[in-house]
Design a protein around this ligand. Structure first.
Ligand code: SAH
Length: 257
């Protein structure tokens, strides 16, 4: 494995979507972390509307639904994920209050001050943290909450290999104090933040991909794009195992002032 693997942005989207439609999560996270973030939010029982942006197939959304009574509107750019999302919601008997729709986080079809809570796990990098928190703020009621996970550095310096990887994929990755300051200047009170534990990456993100990779190789033998994608995901896992002391996802919980 080497760092000449492609950036994830260079792959055919339909292939990436198919790969990740076989997993419960499309990014690092866990039901325990979703619940922990929810526990920082006051008056949750009175909330009537929640948005989940970049929901994927809904791993975290179903946890949100389990611990709240609100209507949840979840949005993702990719129809394959939304189809799976809505099937999952129905199977869990949540079809009446959890709805997935196809849409773009850069042009959200929401009304001003529509939501009590905006959630987004492992997805805001697609618009960029600063732009996302500032643009999405208008869709929150005053006193409403924002809860998002974002890629962060844990140290001021880090080895070149991991630095290069992240700054190529997501140049906005930064330290936790920097992100907290950005949250505050965007008009939120920083209520809490915590680093996602290792198992959010290992048990819930990388390990479930083992089966998917076997399935993929069987389905697409001799397909260079499929094997490149697998190599890429293996490289990400290798980087995490080597450098997880330097980076990870952090949950940020903010309250609109
Ligand atoms: N929240 C899920 C998925 C995270 S992966 C989880 O934690 O498991 C990032 C998600 O963002 C993917 O589902 C991807 O399809 C979605 N996404 C990418 N660009 C987007 C955009 N412009 N608008 C909405 N969703 C987008």
């Amino acid at each position: 494995m080497s760092n000449d693997t492609k950036s994830i942005h260079e792959f055919d989207f339909s292939l990436i979507c198919e790969y990740f439609s076989y997993t419960q999560r499309q990014g690092p996270g866990s039901p325990e972390s979703t619940k922990r973030a929810l526990d920082f939010i006051d008056n949750l029982a009175s909330f009537t509307k929640i948005a989940d942006i970049g929901c994927g197939t809904g791993g975290q959304t179903m946890t949100l639904a389990k611990h709240t009574t609100a209507q949840i509107l979840a949005i993702d750019l990719f129809p394959v994920f939304i189809e799976k999302f809505n099937t999952n919601a129905k199977t869990l008997g949540l079809g009446n209050r959890v709805k997935g729709v196809v849409g773009d986080m850069k042009e959200l079809p929401f009304r001003e001050e529509e939501f009590d809570l905006i959630w987004s796990e492992g997805a805001i990098y697609n618009i960029g943290f600063r732009k996302g928190i500032s643009e999405w703020r208008r869709y929150l009621k005053k006193g409403g909450y924002l809860a998002i996970t974002e890629a962060t550095w844990f140290t001021e310096e880090r080895p070149d290999e991991i630095h290069q990887f992240w700054t190529r994929d997501y140049p906005e990755i930064d330290t936790i104090p920097t992100k907290l300051a950005q949250l505050q200047s965007a008009g939120y009170k920083a209520v809490a933040c915590f680093v996602l534990p290792d198992e959010c990456w290992t048990k819930h993100f990388f390990e479930p991909q083992d089966d998917v990779q076997l399935k993929f190789l069987e389905k697409y033998p001799n397909n260079p794009s499929a094997s490149d994608l697998i190599d890429n995901m293996k490289y990400e896992r290798y980087l995490y195992s080597k450098y997880s002391m330097y980076y990870g996802y952090t949950f940020f919980i903010g309250k609109k002032l």
